[in-house]
Ligand binder design. Structure first.
Ligand code: PNS
Length: 181
């Protein structure tokens, strides 16, 4: 167990099973893990910060050394304000690496004493991202298994009645009839 506080910053719009997997892994190696939601992202979020906080609160209720916070501006400044010594970020695939490396090195330039630690979520979540979850849900597709149930429910509420989340269905393709001789 690493002494001290680590921060896991992100948008969490919405939290996915991949995020939760990383939070659980992080909580095992850091004495205290602060999951921090960026408040002022340029993107138009699907969920308000309050909604994301509420979902994360429910999802992390059993993890005693995990707490939640929000931040604005530079992440390194927030990390400093809570005395965090490490930043936790997830890397799912090689495609994440370039962006994460760039961000970690920029953060190091801004605050050389803050270390970034990368962890990999379970491989079954390697393709899961908040963006794709939003896209699938908005198109009415199933997100079961990709997000926790509470998030699935919130997506259902958020997107209903314009869209309906369906369970996976087998679509039967009608067979061609043989022509009568
Ligand atoms: O979940 P995301 O959207 O990949 O998280 C990105 C996040 C929030 C960690 C990153 O955008 C961030 O730290 N933003 C705060 C602004 C900042 O500190 N920028 C300089 C770091 S490159």
């Amino acid at each position: 167990m690493n002494k001290g506080i680590a921060v896991y910053p992100g948008s969490f719009d919405p939290p996915t099973n991949g995020h939760l997997d990383l939070i659980e892994r992080g909580s095992k190696i850091f004495e205290e893990l602060v999951v921090a939601i960026l408040r002022n992202s340029e993107k138009t979020p699907m969920f308000t910060v309050a909604e994301r906080l509420e979902m994360l609160r429910e999802l992390t209720a059993d993890l005693k050394n995990v707490s939640l916070d929000t931040f604005d501006g530079l992440m390194v400044e927030f990390a400093k304000s809570i005395d965090a010594k490490c930043v936790l970020r997830g890397i799912r695939a090689i495609s994440d690496y370039e962006y994460e490396l760039q961000m970690a090195l920029m953060n190091r330039k801004l605050e050389p004493t803050l270390e970034t630690v990368f962890m990999m979520p379970a491989d079954k979540y390697s393709y899961v991202s908040s963006r794709l979850v939003r896209e699938v849900a908005q198109a009415g597709g199933p997100v079961k298994g990709l997000v926790p149930e509470v998030v699935e429910q919130k997506l259902r509420e958020k997107l209903a009645p314009a869209y309906k989340l369906r369970d996976p269905q087998i679509i039967e393709v009608p067979r061609k009839r043989k022509k009568k001789a």
